[in-house]
Every structure is written in C-alpha cells, then in structure tokens.
Design a protein around this ligand. Structure first.
Ligand code: SF4
Ligand code: SF4
Length: 231
C-alpha cells in the first residue's frame, strides 16, 4: 500500500489527503500559496495573450503532478488528474471529505495550519490507499469562523455571507477573469483576512477606491454605490 507521507515528501506537497469514491480512490494534494509562490497568478487578457490561463498552477503544481503520475502509472496506467479551477467546487468537497479542512466563511478550505492558503488538485486512481477523512461532505460551521467574520467585512462588494459567495458576478477575483484584465494579482482580501485583524480591515476599507482601481483598472467606477463607507 502506498504511504501518503511518501507522496507528500517525495513530490513536495504541503498536504495530502485521500477519499474513497465508488470504486476509486481520490488523492487530494495541496500546496500553500505565498508571496514567493503565487498559485493564484494568472496571465491573459492582453494583446499578447487573448485567453487567460493559470500560470501559478502551471508553474508549481504541474511539475509535481507530472512526476507523481509518471511514477504511479507504473501501478495504475489509468490514473488521471481531476483538477483545475473549473473543478474547484468539487475539489473543496473532496478536501473536506479527506479531512484536509472545513469550508470557511470565505468559502475556501480552512486548514488548521495553512488556514485559507491551500490550493488543491486531485488525482483519481484504483491504487489501494487508506482514506484519511470521514468521507463525508458537510458545511460544518467552524468555531473560528463563527467568532471572526473578517472576510465578510473586508470584501469590497460584500458578496460573502454566511459561508457562501452570494453573487459570483460581483466578486472581484471572478471579474478579473471574465473581464480579461491584464492585472496579474487576483483579489485575495477574503483569504488574507484569516491571518489579520479588525484594524487591517478598517485600513483596507479606507483604501477601497484605490484597491479596486488597481484590481479592476478598466472598471474603476464599477462599485461606487455598493461600497459602504467604513464605520
Ligand atoms: S475575492 Fe475579493 S471580491 Fe471576491 S469574495 Fe474575496 S474579497 Fe470579495
Ligand atoms: S477570515 Fe475569519 S471568518 Fe473568514 S474564513 Fe478566515 S477565519 Fe473564517
């Protein structure tokens, strides 16, 4: 039986979990996004690159996944990745099922060590591996988020409410993708909030106009009536 600690160490992942799904085993692999390794980086929407793509994932996940698949294909030739941003909802569910974390108010996976900074991919295989979590998906409210609310408070368009993204079209990170902006830093306020405090939130609220102009340079008047002044 393959040991998860071997996968984690050999292929340099920060967390590894597994879950059984029908006759398959899913290996969920997580890497921390951080200043020197921006997994949310994306490129596109400019004259040179008409379509955007997730360059951060490509740079940091792909080499590890390629190495892992090359090795495990020797045991299971049908092993395949089930990853990518279009699968992000499924990935979050798999992460909860495999015990990597719970979903937070910012809708991301909250891991006890990495908080909201894990980004995920998964591979599906018939190789026998022991499951790590309870194998059940539930949106359990966690005690830390119950007390906190910082992500909801800092979000400029106020699209986070009670553990849900209530209006995807107004989320700045989503707009940065669909508007094909050439800006390479996605809005990260809601996951940065996990390690901040209410003073940081106040400071961000005072800079909403400048922040939005930087994040959505072609839509600088997008939110004026929706942004409440800080109290
Ligand atoms: S990415 Fe930005 S706009 Fe979207 S939910 Fe998070 S803080 Fe709000
Ligand atoms: S900022 Fe606070 S409420 Fe939001 S996800 Fe992080 S811990 Fe939970």
């Amino acid at each position: 039986m393959i040991k998860l600690s071997d996968i984690k160490n050999k292929y340099r992942f920060d967390v590894v979990g597994t879950v059984k799904k029908a006759s398959k085993n899913i290996i969920v692999l997580g890497l921390e996004t951080r200043p020197d390794r921006d997994l949310d980086e994306f490129i596109g929407g400019n004259e040179e690159l008409e379509n955007w793509w997730f360059s951060g994932h490509k740079k940091y996940f792909s080499p590890r996944i390629d190495e892992l698949l090359t090795e495990l294909e020797k045991i299971d030739p049908k092993i395949k990745p089930i990853s990518g941003y279009s699968d992000s909802i499924q990935l979050k569910k798999l992460a909860v099922m495999s015990g990597i974390g719970n979903q937070g108010r910012n809708t991301l996976i909250i891991n006890p060590f990495f908080q909201s900074r894990l980004r995920l991919v998964a591979v599906e295989t018939c190789i026998e591996i022991k499951s790590t979590g309870r194998g059940i998906y539930s949106q359990v409210k966690n005690s830390r988020c119950e007390e906190c609310h910082l992500c909801e408070m800092v979000c400029p368009p106020k699209v986070l409410n009670n553990y849900r993204l209530i209006n995807k079209e107004k989320c700045i990170a989503y707009r940065q993708l669909v508007n094909r902006t050439s800006n390479l830093r996605r809005c990260s306020l809601c996951w940065e909030a996990c390690t901040r405090n209410k003073y940081w939130v106040k400071e961000i609220q005072l800079r909403y106009k400048e922040i939005i102009e930087r994040m959505l340079p072609e839509n600088e008047n997008l939110y004026p009536q929706q942004i409440s002044p800080p109290h």
